[in-house]
Unconditional design. Structure first.
Length: 653
């Protein structure tokens, strides 16, 4: 791969304020460099000390890193611990009545749960799982809405050493079936339904359908949480209500202590092509990654109110909803609904009402909220905020500036976090009290993370050049395996040509200050007339135009150029048609040529009222690639929030 060309020029820099630095967990660049130097001097010792100091162990580990069977690394293997104990029991003496969870339902109803109350709920449900014969090492599939019960179910599995596999509540019955079969799950925990945007959406129905598709003989019971009270089909020999299962059971449950390498969970990637990959995470190393990133990246303090908007069906909801905040004894918000219901001020009202101090969401949500009402945050008191964060994809600089100025009032650092399902927690991100920020850059690796940008021969490229993002050393929170498929694990993440480095699958470059800029997935890098261009940079240029709310760029084959740039654009005004569409299309093409250069100018622009997104807000670029090529859509579109949008985007404007 020749260098990915960086065509985005961003010169704005925002250093942390002196007041913020003074109270930060990592105060200033000197403190950050000191941590990095310690890791550089004694890598295993660095992580070993952090694990010793930040995690409660039933049995202390004697060996930190075992790399004798790379890439199947082991961390703290002979140590024993329990994740639920580290998230709940450890706080019972010091803060039993502190609010752990603030749950806001779709209709605005608020429920608060203290650490002591959460502990008892988890223990009681753990006893229910044991009553149904769930044992250490068994797999439990969880298919629940965003709720207190979702956290309880995950923590209860961790408490008894069962391995949970959470499936996002927007996924189809076929997705549920595939995951049950691959994990050989013993039990499903679901709900009758969920509420989203004022609508009641069935959930158990999808589980019933999944089980009817066949191959799910491993399932012995389906536990159903009554959320909506809607009608459900009932199989009396298999189904039972959550409240009936737990009635009369003890609300105390001794934790099951496991090896640090015992699998905590399996989380399946969406499986856009072929069989879904079951990313397997460990217990000890994963928990350490969650705790340290809460301390370093979110600068967590005892008085903070933390809100990560991600669903528990994604890794972000595992690490920064169910495990990280609770291990730190934080108060956190959990939200059932969508950001635009009953209106586009919902997020801002919730920040105001719950005095949220750390807010973590996706660039897609930010861009859609700009479109829905860019001035709306001014109508709310957001003075409680002190840190903003983004996750899921690179954030374009103009959306970053709006977030920083309009939501954060120009005083809240924006932590633009790069990480993956496979990495377990943050890898490259600003530490808010240390690093000067650059809009659109995830800045520098966390202490102890050896990230680099390399060419096809795995040689590090010069600053200012682009290439493949790799991690050169193992780290505690890393993926341990693909469930049941070690060969696929090695082939996917440690291909031979990369000399034992973890291949992230993202293209990146580093600027002259050493800051990392993610330019999109390797398969989202376009080769236009011999120039390799990252799609994110073209998208950023489009969104910088005052007419544009959102843009997604893909490539399609071109006889002359190799690939042509096709842009799917959502305007801040209604979707144009006819001559108006042609006029705006010409205008935007000229804009990109001016911003980046004519080589990046889209060959074609298609306008839509929206872009095809999953219910979590992720743009389905593989569908856009098919549309750009004029191919029939054969992939599963049941996970889309808005499948009807595909017809709108089929034809060029």
């Amino acid at each position: 791969m020749s260098d990915i060309e960086s065509v985005l020029h961003e010169n704005r820099v925002f250093p942390p304020s002196e007041a913020f630095v003074a109270h930060a967990n990592v105060p200033g660049m000197a403190a950050y460099r000191e941590l990095c130097a310690k890791a550089g001097k004694d890598y295993a010792g660095f992580w070993g000390k952090l694990a010793h100091d930040n995690i409660l162990w039933k049995k202390q580990f004697t060996k930190t890193l075992d790399d004798s069977n790379a890439p199947f690394y082991k961390w703290f293997e002979d140590g024993e611990l329990n994740v639920s104990y580290n998230c709940l029991d450890r706080h019972l003496e010091s803060k039993p009545h502190k609010t752990a969870l603030i749950f806001e339902a779709d209709n605005g109803q608020v429920t608060k749960v203290s650490y002591k109350e959460l502990y008892h709920k988890v223990c009681q449900f753990a006893n229910g799982l044991k009553k149904l014969g769930v044992e250490k090492g068994d797999r439990v599939l969880i298919y629940l809405p965003m709720s207190v019960e979702a956290v309880v179910a995950m923590q209860a599995c961790a408490r008894i050493g069962a391995i949970h596999s959470v499936v996002f509540g927007g996924f189809s019955a076929k997705s549920v079936q595939e995951r049950i079969i691959d994990a050989q799950a013993k039990l499903v925990v679901t709900a009758d339904g969920q509420y989203r945007g004022g609508r009641e959406i069935p959930l158990k129905q999808a589980v019933d359908e999944a089980l009817s598709l066949g191959g799910c003989e491993s399932i012995t019971k389906v536990v159903v949480y009554k959320r909506t009270g809607g009608e459900v089909l009932w199989n009396a020999s298999r189904d039972l209500w959550w409240h009936d299962l737990t009635a009369g059971l003890s609300d105390e449950c001794e934790p099951t202590y496991v090896s640090a390498e015992h699998p905590l969970f399996i989380l399946y990637t969406s499986g856009s092509t072929g069989k879904p990959k079951g990313v397997q995470h460990s217990t000890g190393g994963y928990l350490l990654g969650a705790v340290m990133s809460m301390k370093w990246v979110f600068d967590i303090k005892s008085q903070d109110v933390f809100w990560c908007t991600a669903d528990v069906g994604w890794v972000t909801g595992h690490t920064y909803v169910t495990y990280g905040p609770l291990a730190m004894g934080a108060t956190e918000v959990i939200f059932e609904g969508v950001p635009t219901y009953p209106d586009a001020g919902r997020f801002w009202k919730m920040i105001q009402d719950h005095h949220v101090s750390i807010f973590y969401t996706a660039p897609t949500a930010i861009r859609s909220l700009i479109k829905a009402g860019g001035d709306l945050p001014h109508n709310y008191d957001l003075s409680s905020l002190r840190i903003l964060g983004t996750v899921g994809e690179p954030i374009n600089p103009e959306a970053w500036m709006w977030y920083y100025n309009t939501v954060g009032g120009g005083r809240c650092p924006v932590v633009d976090t790069w990480w993956q399902t496979e990495t377990g927690g943050h890898m490259i991100s600003p530490l808010p009290g240390a690093m000067p920020l650059k809009p659109g850059s995830c800045t520098l690796p966390l202490p102890g993370i050896d990230a680099a940008v390399v060419d096809e021969a795995a040689h590090e490229v010069e600053l200012g050049k682009g290439g493949f993002l790799v991690i050169r050393k193992p780290w505690p929170a890393m993926i341990r395996n693909i469930w049941g498929d070690p060969e696929r694990y090695k082939k996917s993440y440690y291909p031979e040509e990369f000399k034992g480095y973890y291949l992230a699958g993202d293209g990146a470059n580093r600027d002259m200050d050493g800051y990392f800029w993610i330019v999109g997935r390797i398969d989202d890098v376009l080769n236009v007339s011999g120039h390799r261009l990252g799609t994110m940079e073209i998208e950023s240029a489009l969104v910088a135009n005052p007419l544009v709310a959102e843009a997604a760029v893909v490539g399609r084959p071109h006889d002359v150029k190799g690939e042509a740039v096709v842009a799917f654009v959502v305007l801040k005004q209604s979707r144009p048609t006819g001559d108006k569409a042609k006029q705006i299309s010409s205008q935007l093409k000229a804009w990109v040529a001016q911003e980046i250069g004519s080589i990046a100018k889209p060959e074609e622009i298609r306008f839509g009222d929206n872009l095809p997104k999953t219910r979590s807000g992720k743009i389905m670029r593989r569908l856009l690639r098919s549309l750009a090529k004029g191919e029939a859509i054969t992939q599963d579109v049941t996970t889309l929030e808005n499948p009807g949008i595909l017809d709108q985007l089929k034809d060029a404007n």
